[in-house]
Design a protein around this ligand. Structure first.
Ligand code: ZN
Length: 310
């Protein structure tokens, strides 16, 4: 049981900024919302079919409760991976679960969380990213988030808001933008060159893998007090780049950072027998980059919502 739970936690942590990262980005953004946008955001969250879950354990004060709900909503798209009401629509022979009131369908949408912009430094052939990815979805939602609610519709901004908060966070984690191909890294079934799945197949010392290491850089203590500390730290980061509201540029930045910083340890593959052992300088730089990306995510999320929900 214990090991099953551990495996689940590792698997979850290997998929996205962890709870702390997503919630801190959301809290930072919420604090920057203008009154009109904040009122509309609150109105959307209040109508969410899982609003009771989003406010569970939250403060009694109404304003604090709505901020709490927004912060919880940031992690909602990850919680549905372990929620039996939802199903993996991309799995072969999958059986859809019953559509619950207020939802358009119960798909987990795992392919919405990242875009695999591929690169190689050793001339290995690379593949383009699939057409549905974090960039396509952020752009698609941004164009609809200001519309009137349409309960049960796939374009319903009530349903899409937690996704938007979450995905703007994800797209600022460099390993949600990039994946590396290298010689000798082949699909065991086809023998063809294979990507490292955004660092998920790269073993590192002291962490589950390269992707999880980057997901966890803002900390792993999922308590309101800790998350408020991270939100304060994000608010102190420089504001440079915050006015860039084109999601395609966010992906370009993330893909560039992956090459310049995330994979700065070299072309080693990080096999099971040879995990990458980061230098102290790498770890310091990684933490700074993660803080800067999360701060930018929060500011850009707030600016976009201020623009679309004015
Ligand atoms: Zn995610």
């Amino acid at each position: 049981m214990k090991s099953a739970l551990l495996v689940f936690c590792f698997a979850a942590s290997a998929l996205a900024w962890n709870h702390v990262g997503h919630k801190a980005v959301a809290g930072h953004a919420y604090d920057l919302l203008e009154p009109g946008a904040r009122a509309r955001v609150d109105g959307l969250i209040r109508q969410h079919p899982d609003f009771a879950k989003l406010t569970e354990g939250g403060p009694a004060d109404e304003a604090a409760r709505m901020r709490f709900a927004f912060i919880q909503a940031a992690y909602w798209p990850d919680t549905i991976r372990g929620d039996l009401r939802f199903y993996d629509e991309a799995k072969r022979d999958t059986v859809p679960t019953a559509v619950q009131p207020g939802f358009p369908d119960m798909g987990q949408r795992k392919n919405w969380h990242y875009i695999n912009v591929a690169f190689s430094t050793d001339g290995t052939a690379i593949q383009p990213p699939p057409p549905v990815n974090v960039l396509s979805q952020v752009q698609w939602i941004a164009a609809r988030i200001g519309n009137a609610p349409k309960p049960g519709d796939r374009e319903d901004p009530v349903y899409l808001l937690p996704w938007f908060v979450h995905l703007v966070g994800d797209v600022h984690q460099p390993l949600h933008c990039a994946t590396r191909y290298r010689k000798g890294q082949n699909d065991p079934n086809t023998g063809k060159p294979w990507s490292d799945l955004g660092g998920n197949t790269v073993n590192v010392v002291g962490s589950y893998n390269l992707h999880a290491y980057w997901d966890d850089l803002l900390g792993i203590t999922d308590t309101p007090a800790y998350i408020e500390g991270v939100i304060r730290a994000l608010a102190k980061r420089p504001a440079e780049g915050a006015a860039e509201l084109d999601p395609a540029k966010w992906v370009d930045e993330g893909a560039a950072l992956a090459q310049s910083t995330v994979y700065s340890f070299g072309n080693e593959g990080g096999g099971k027998e040879n995990p990458i052992d980061f230098t102290g300088d790498y770890r310091i730089k990684a933490r700074q980059v993660a803080l800067d990306r999360a701060a930018l995510a929060g500011r850009r999320l707030a600016a976009t919502l201020n623009q679309k929900l004015r």
